[in-house]
Design a protein around this ligand. Sequence first.
Ligand SMILES: O=C(O)C(=O)/C=C/C=C/O
Length: 501
Amino acid sequence: MAAISSSATHTAAAGQAVPLLRCFVDGAWVETGRSFDNINPVNGRIVSRVCEADRQTVDAAIQAARRASRGEWGRQSAALRAAALRRIADGIEQRFDDFVAAEVADTGRPVHQARSLDVARGIANFRSFADLIATAGSEMFEGTAADGSKVLNYVARKPLGVVGVISPWNLPLLLLTWKVAPALAMGNCVVAKPSEETPSSATLLAEVIEAAGLPAGAFNLVHGFGPDSAGQFLSTSPHIDAITFTGESRTGSTIMKAAAEGVKEVSFELGGKNAAVVFADADFDAAVAGVLRSSFTNSGQVCLCSERVYVERPIFERFVAALAAGCEQLRVDYPDAPGVDMGPLVSHTHRDKVLSYYALAREEGATVVCGGGVPSFGDERDQGAYVQPTIITGLSDNARCMREEIFGPVCHVSPFDTEDEAVARVNDSAYGLAGCVWTTNLSRAHRVAAQFETGIVWVNTWFTRDLRTPFGGAKLSGLGREGGRYSLDFYSEISNICIKV
Ligand SMILES: O=C(O)C(=O)/C=C/C=C/O
């Protein structure tokens, strides 16, 4: 278990002492009257107890953030804010193993993934936005006034004020820092509500931010759930200036309704039903390896994962066979097992949801090519939330399994005959987050990628990220773009100042 120094001690029902994770409000660690269990999905055991923030705690955090936004943090120079962000990045790096242990304890993910993706990106997110604000200039427009004198217009970016951050359980530290870093970079103060499933790395981040010496109230952490809990109290508060949320589309819609009341800025990265298209001219082995990654990484719990795979008919049978062989070889195991490819899902509740789709697929007439159930280990992992990586075929595009986000280690493979057919089927979705194209035909790559109604398209790769690029989804998959200057635009109030010279 990670060394969470800010925690108190809680005596669990079975009598064992576990850490009590606390909220961080106005520079102080706060216990609340209610708490909930944090469970390790590898074996179903309690990892820690977590203080649930009530409305008063959330309101206190928002008020603290407001005071800090009117204080030094909101006024200090970009150079000083960049230096603070670099101290946070260094702080995460110095406690790298603690953050890895926290992510693994909460999610059961492979240790190698927590190291190479989750914690590495937590550091990179802070460093990339520190670099950006240290070098970002602004725009100036020269003009002429009615009397012929010269006029200068320049664009000024000012902090929004108080930003609510609600982050998900699938990539806990990556997605929390993807929002907190630019929010702080632009001089805002933050109230963050991580998922109740993954409180540990967020708590460590608050410890690092405290140690980095940001003013009290610049960053606040409130643990809890969504409805009737911290998530709702935060997103419906009239005293925040913006809300950024990553999670399910219907939750996004609820938050947007609340934000409408006070015309708050919102940035959403929501659900997806992403497609990968494999043309017969693709590099076959690369496409098989790529679709295995895009379907089963993080047990399929990445909003960018491919749950729909369309394969050009001449290679369809061979591709399904090769994909199934790769799927059968995936090592589903403990987080620290040598060569582990996949851990459990994040919780038993989520496992029940994914298994309900495995059952639905069969009801809808799918052929289960591999997987489709629960692995049997014969040890404590049988009390965990493991499922088998699964490949299905044979469904029509109208099946629920082809239209609804499952968010597990499962993909459906369909044949197609023409490029136009593939594009039409990819776009026949209420979602529009990400897509993948596998082809060695350069003009086809550009032509097809341009037609995807998604915010992101990868060609001959997947989840390759340049943090300067716009990231976000179309349709039900989100609202707005974050990344590089797109984040600077969202996390600031932009003014034009016009001066008659
Ligand atoms: O890579 C990113 O910056 C990002 O936002 C990933 C999101 C994945 C969601 O499941």
